[in-house]
Ligand binder design. Structure first.
Ligand SMILES: Cc1cc2nc3c(=O)[nH]c(=O)nc-3n(C[C@H](O)[C@H](O)[C@H](O)COP(=O)(O)OP(=O)(O)OC[C@H]3O[C@@H](n4cnc5c(N)ncnc54)[C@H](O)[C@@H]3O)c2cc1C
Length: 447
């Protein structure tokens, strides 16, 4: 069987390697328009925080390693046309020569890009939107010289950038149109703690404010015009949510209203010989009545695995997503899974929640750390539907436990009686999740 995959980022690579591992006889051709592969988008944060000495090293697979696995990789090759009737694609190489290739199955892994915001961006290079390696290199070099920077978008990328830029003597503005940072993942109890840390670090935070445009761009310090004020900047980074890149197939495949390619649970599109995965599709979210565009690598690699299995005739369904995330910002680990309380209400779910600050260790230990924890339950069924954590201690594995609990429709009572370990030198007898659930149980059942 001959499989062509368009796009060699997280999704395309995972699909290619899975196909070869499942059946080495499969001919796999991976086509990528850029000159390099496997760059991790948040590499810029790792470089700024000096966790790596070179941006170019933030990759997990080389072209040589890919070829050694038996994958034929074409770089600097842009697919411009797909002909589903003939089952062919046409790509153009770096010298603008066109080539036609036939396929038995086609996988679309064209992902998303950051370039379609509601803003008209100036042609001058004082404003950057970034995701890939070349644009990250550009941002790094410009940040070095800039004195007053606005970061547009208070999601993970925006907040991580603020953290990495703090304490360098630069004026930093974070502009977010919503009423809180990280609002897609956190409720106010935890996002307000993060906002406090952002303000304490000297970053100026602008909530409920949208950028309208830029003026005076010929000057060194130009104006970033927001709905509330004029900010003088010499550099602006746009870190808003990405958009799916489905332009190649919009005329012949079914798309969702948000521009993603419509797929079934096997990642099959409206053409039975074409599959799609990664950021270019929408995902079923547990406890939500609709599929959503959720650009996260954890969704990408799972959908790629499912696509590869089904391409080879092994039936496998995509599970739901809890949109589980974690980061380290302002010296704290922050993690989230499932629906926030606000989201749940928007979905029409009747919910109740608990927010607690708990000690991680017993009082006799010298090391004392605490964790902020929020759990969201459906009223009536007591089913866990969301969890959020924040601590200076690395609690990120606990978010995976919560994700599993949500996935298995665990109730409050089951969470309290679940088997979590205790070690007197490490934790509390019930662990942080059990303890938080127990406190809520007492609150609910107390006469
Ligand atoms: C700054 C930043 C930080 C992030 N950090 C995290 C994180 O910490 N954790 C997390 O889970 N997610 C993170 N994400 C999201 C994550 O990067 C995306 O979910 C992921 O990259 C999507 O992978 P993908 O393979 O579907 O598509 P993409 O990574 O978008 O790649 C698509 C590929 O297809 C190629 N392509 C497109 N069209 C064509 C064509 N016509 N011909 C040939 N090639 C084509 C593109 O060049 C590209 O290489 C981050 C995103 C950004 C922007």
């Amino acid at each position: 069987m001959k499989v062509i995959i368009i796009g060699a980022s997280h999704g395309g690579l995972q699909a290619a390697l899975t196909l070869k591992r499942l059946n080495p006889q499969t001919e796999v051709i991976l086509i990528e328009k850029r000159s390099e592969i496997s760059f991790v988008s948040s590499g810029i944060i790792l470089r700024m925080n000096q966790l790596v000495d070179e941006l170019d090293k933030v990759r997990y697979l080389s072209l040589e390693e890919l070829t050694n696995q038996g994958v034929d990789i074409l770089i600097n090759a842009t697919v411009n046309t797909i002909n589903p009737e003939k089952k062919t694609i046409v790509y153009e190489d770096a010298s603008n020569q066109s080539f036609e290739l036939s396929y038995d199955k086609l996988i679309l892994a064209t992902g998303s890009n950051q370039f379609s915001t509601n803003l008209t961006l100036p042609s001058k290079d004082k404003v950057t939107v970034f995701k890939n390696y070349p644009s990250s290199v550009e941002v790094l070099s410009k940040l070095e010289k800039s004195k007053s920077i606005s970061i547009v978008g208070g999601g993970y990328i925006g907040v991580e950038l603020c953290d990495a830029l703090k304490g360098q003597g630069k004026e930093i503005h974070l502009i977010e149109s919503a009423g809180s940072v990280l609002f897609r993942y956190l409720d106010k109890e935890i996002s307000s703690l993060i906002e406090q840390k952002i303000v304490e670090s000297g970053v100026k935070i602008h909530l409920n404010e949208s950028v309208l445009g830029f003026s005076g761009l010929e000057e060194e310090f130009f104006v970033t015009q927001t709905t509330n004020e004029e900010i003088r900047n010499d550099y602006v980074i746009i870190a808003v949510n990405a958009r799916p890149d489905s332009t190649l197939v919009k005329d012949f495949l079914d798309l969702n209203t948000n521009g993603t390619i419509r797929v079934d649970e096997h990642m099959r599109t409206s053409d039975p010989d074409i599959f799609a995965l990664g950021d270019v599709i929408s995902y079923p979210v547990r406890n939500s009545y609709r599929k959503s565009f959720i650009p996260l690598v954890n969704n990408v690699v799972r959908s790629a695995t499912v696509a590869a299995m089904n391409v080879l005739g092994n039936t496998m369904k995509y599970n739901m997503t809890q949109k589980t995330t974690a980061t380290k910002i302002f010296n704290s680990y922050v993690a989230s899974t499932g629906l926030t309380e606000e989201e749940a209400r928007f979905e029409g779910i009747d919910v109740e929640s608990t927010f607690l600050t708990l000690p991680c260790q017993l009082p006799y230990l010298e090391l004392q750390e605490e964790v902020h924890i929020k759990l969201v339950f459906e009223k009536g069924s007591h089913k866990l539907i969301g969890g959020q954590l924040m601590s200076e201690k690395d609690i990120t594995q606990s978010i995976n436990t919560l994700s599993l609990a949500i996935g298995k429709e665990t109730t409050l009572e089951e969470l309290v009686t679940m088997d979590f370990y205790f070690n007197p030198g490490i934790n509390q007898p019930m662990g942080i999740i059990g303890q938080a659930a127990y406190e809520f149980l007492i609150q609910k059942y107390r006469k």
